[in-house]
Design a protein around this ligand. Structure first.
Ligand code: 8YV
Length: 321
């Protein structure tokens, strides 16, 4: 019997593919950092039974409708805003994501950005490396404290709660805003629910972990930045499109807010000449929220297990549709 065909849209470590290789004919796009061109993706989708994909691959209705033998799309991410879920579901294609395994690494990264931005870590490290450290002054590269401040978490899912646990260790006051209230987190993490604008007004650090939906698109707009404290630092580890970037640039330029730590952008990869990258009060990262070797291995293993299960006629561990 012919084995099912699975296409993987980016190079993954061989050791994560052992099980998948046993049950399927697997082809992998060989480039680690280069996205599959649209025509190649379309051609592969037309013949695949399973696809293992990344956020940078766009699985819209046009593509899904041509994928006549496709049974499963496993996204190497907890988010799945790159996939037209409704069309996939109508076509009977199972979409899976990789929740849980990346929660702690992404929360670590959110906290790294809080500390890096507040304590001017990148600026200070560059200062030393560039040979500028000739003397010492009491306020040389002095930043803002993180401990005992107020953190406002927008998007209190698994990662939001993991950020709150870290914030607790820094003796921070924890505010959150979410679609639904989280009574357990309110008790165990002492997190206070706030309306969006109240959270913005009271927080020293506003952390966005919001997924990209019709409601969250552009929610951090000019009005939102104007609600924040002048000393506030905005952190985004969720989705770039939750932010109106021109409003953020304006807020930083006019000192409406003090700084930003950004792992995600409206358009990725960001243009190296983008105004946000020209500001010393901005720490910008290339969407590495879940990028520890351990976590990326676990994500790849989970994505592969989901495909194996579907192709073997079993339930996947983490389906979205
Ligand atoms: C992705 C992410 O895993 O999981 C998500 O939703 O944003 C990241 O952790 C990464 O971009 C690879 O697709």
């Amino acid at each position: 019997m012919q084995k099912p065909y699975v296409f993987i849209t980016r190079k993954l470590p061989d050791e994560t593919l052992v099980e998948l290789n046993q049950i399927a004919e697997v082809k992998m796009w060989p480039h680690e950092e280069e996205a599959v061109p649209r025509d190649v993706l379309l051609a592969e989708a037309r013949k695949a039974d399973g696809l293992l994909t990344m956020l940078s691959d766009n699985f819209d209705a046009e593509l899904l409708q041509q994928a006549s033998s496709l049974k499963v799309v496993a996204n190497l991410a907890v988010g799945y805003d790159n996939i037209d879920i409704k069309t996939a579901s109508n076509l009977g294609i199972t979409v899976c994501n990789t929740p849980d395994v990346l929660t702690d690494s992404t929360a670590d990264l959110a906290f790294s950005l809080i500390l890096a931005t507040a304590r001017r870590i990148v600026e200070s490290a560059n200062y030393v490396k560039e040979g500028k450290w000739n003397s010492w002054g009491p306020l040389l590269l002095a930043g803002a404290d993180v401990h005992h401040k107020t953190i406002g978490i927008v998007g209190m899912g698994r990662i939001g709660e993991a950020v709150a646990r870290r914030a607790k260790g820094f003796d921070m006051k924890i505010l959150y805003h979410n679609r639904n209230r989280k009574p357990e987190a309110e008790v165990s993490l002492n997190a206070e629910y706030k309306d969006f604008h109240e959270l913005l007004k009271q927080s020293d650090f506003v952390v966005s972990l919001a997924p990209l939906t019709a409601e969250t698109k552009g929610m951090f707009n000019r009005e939102a930045f104007q609600s924040m404290k002048e000393s506030a630092i905005f952190i985004n580890v969720g989705r770039g499109a939750a932010v109106d970037e021109s409003a953020l640039i304006e807020a930083l330029q006019n000192k409406t807010i003090a700084g930003a730590g950004l792992d995600v952008f409206e358009k990725e990869p960001i243009d190296p000449k983008h105004s946000l990258l020209m500001m010393k009060q901005v720490v910008a990262l290339p969407h590495i929220g879940s990028a520890s070797v351990e976590t990326r291995m676990k994500m790849a293993e989970l994505a592969c297990r989901n495909i194996v299960n579907i192709l073997n006629g079993k339930e996947p561990e983490t389906p979205v549709t």
